[in-house]
Design a protein around this ligand. Structure first.
Ligand code: SF4
Ligand code: MG
Length: 333
C-alpha cells in the first residue's frame, strides 16, 4: 500500500519563558511514522503525552511557542512529494490545508463562529483556498456533501447554536472534508459527547472514509475503547514518543509494550473484575516533559524495569509483521 504521510525523527518542542526561567517541553521527541493510503490510524495515550502536538506537526501547523527542532514531514500529494518542513505557513495554508490534509482540532465543537450561518462559515473557509469561488458554488458543494452524509440540508441556513452537539460535530466533519483532502486528522472528536451521539459521529467518520471522500484518517484520542471501533491500526504514545505501533486486533488481544498492556487493561477489563482482583493498572503519573527520565521514559512506572531501562533508550523495532515496539524486553532474546 502507498504511503500518504511520513514523519522521520521529528522533534517539536515548546519553549516556555516564565520570568527569568526558561523551560523546554519535549512534547514530540523523535517520532517516526508512516500513514498509508486507505487506513484509519488511532493515536492513543494519556493526556499530556504529546498527541495533540503530534497532530499539529502532521499538519505542519507550528507556531511559537511550539518549534520544529528537527526531522522531516513528507506528504505524498497527487502532484508529488512535498517536504512540509521546508515551506512557510502561508504556502501550507493556501496550498496544503483543506485540499491535501485537513484537521478537525480538539476545540472544533465550539470554534464555529456563533454569529454566522453555517454556509457563511464554510464560504469564508473555502475562500482561503479558492479565492474566487462563488457563494452559490459553495452552497451546492455543502448541500451535496450533507446529503451524501445524511445530514439535514436545512442546517446550511442555521446558526451553529441551533444545532445539537452531535449534529454540529458531524457538520464540522462534512465541512472539513468539502475539498476531498487525502488525509483527515481529528483530535478528540468524540470526547465531549454522550455515547449515542458518539456513535453517530463515528458513523460519519466511517462514511467519509468508506465513500472515499478521504483516503485515510488519523484519529487522536485518550479513549482506546472508542477508537478501536473504527481504527485499523493503533499507535500508542507515551511521554512524547511512540512506544507501540500495531494492527488494532493484535494490540487489543496481545499488547506488546507494558504501557499498552496497562492502557488496554484499564479500559477493557470489566469493573467488577478490577475490584475483585484488586488490579491496579499503571500506577503513578506520566513524567514532566521538560525533564523526562533517562533511558526508557516509562521505567519509573514499569513493573518489568531492568538496569538497562534506566540508562538507555530502547529503539522502536519491528518484532512481528506490522508490529513495532520500543522496549528492552524484546531486544534480549
Ligand atoms: Fe519497561 Fe524496560 Fe520495557 Fe521500558 S524498556 S517498558 S522500563 S521493560
Ligand atoms: Mg490533547
Amino acid at each position: 500500500s502507498r504511503p500518504l504521510l511520513e514523519l522521520e525523527d521529528v522533534k517539536a518542542y515548546y519553549r516556555q519563558v516564565i520570568g527569568p526561567w526558561k523551560r523546554i517541553v519535549r512534547a514530540v521527541d523523535g517520532v517516526s511514522l508512516k500513514i498509508y493510503e486507505r487506513e484509519i490510524v488511532g493515536i492513543v495515550g494519556e493526556s499530556g503525552c504529546g498527541k495533540s502536538t503530534l497532530a499539529n506537526v502532521m499538519m505542519m501547523n507550528i507556531r511559537p511557542p511550539l518549534m520544529l527542532i528537527g526531522g522531516s514531514i513528507k506528504l505524498y500529494t497527487s502532484k508529488g512529494i512535498v517536504n512540509l518542513e521546508k515551506y512557510d505557513r502561508s504556502y501550507i495554508k493556501s496550498s496544503i490545508w483543506g485540499k491535501e490534509i485537513a484537521m478537525v482540532p480538539q476545540s472544533a465543537l465550539n470554534a464555529l463562529m456563533p454569529t454566522l450561518k453555517i454556509k457563511q462559515i464554510v464560504y469564508d473557509a473555502v475562500r482561503s483556498h479558492i479565492p474566487d469561488i462563488k457563494m452559490e458554488k459553495v452552497v451546492e458543494l455543502i448541500r451535496n456533501r450533507f446529503r451524501e452524509l445524511g445530514l439535514p440540508e436545512i442546517a446550511i441556513d442555521m446558526y451553529p447554536f441551533e444545532l445539537s452537539g452531535g449534529m454540529r460535530q458531524r457538520a464540522v466533519i462534512a465541512i472539513s472534508t468539502l475539498l476531498n483532502p487525502r488525509l483527515l486528522v481529528v483530535d478528540e472528536p468524540t470526547s465531549a459527547l454522550d455515547v449515542v451521539t458518539q456513535k453517530a459521529v463515528i458513523k460519519t467518520f466511517k462514511d467519509v472514509f468508506d465513500r472515499e471522500i478521504i483516503k485515510s484518517l488519523v484519529f487522536i484520542t485518550h479513549d482506546i475503547a472508542t477508537v478501536r471501533q473504527i481504527a485499523t491500526r493503533i499507535i500508542v504514545m507515551y511521554a512524547g514518543k511512540i512506544v507501540e505501533d500495531s494492527p488494532v486486533d493484535d494490540i487489543i488481544n496481545k499488547p506488546l509494550h507494558p504501557y499498552s498492556e496497562g492502557l488496554i487493561g484499564s479500559v477493557l477489563t470489566p469493573e467488577e473484575e478490577v475490584k475483585k482482583r484488586g488490579i491496579k493498572y499503571i500506577p503513578g503519573q506520566p513524567p514532566d516533559l521538560s525533564n523526562p527520565p533517562p533511558g526508557c521514559r516509562f521505567h519509573p512506572r514499569c513493573p518489568f524495569a531492568m538496569d538497562i531501562c534506566r540508562r538507555e533508550e530502547p529503539p522502536l523495532i519491528q518484532v512481528e509483521s506490522g508490529r513495532f515496539v520500543s522496549c528492552w524486553l524484546y531486544m534480549k532474546k
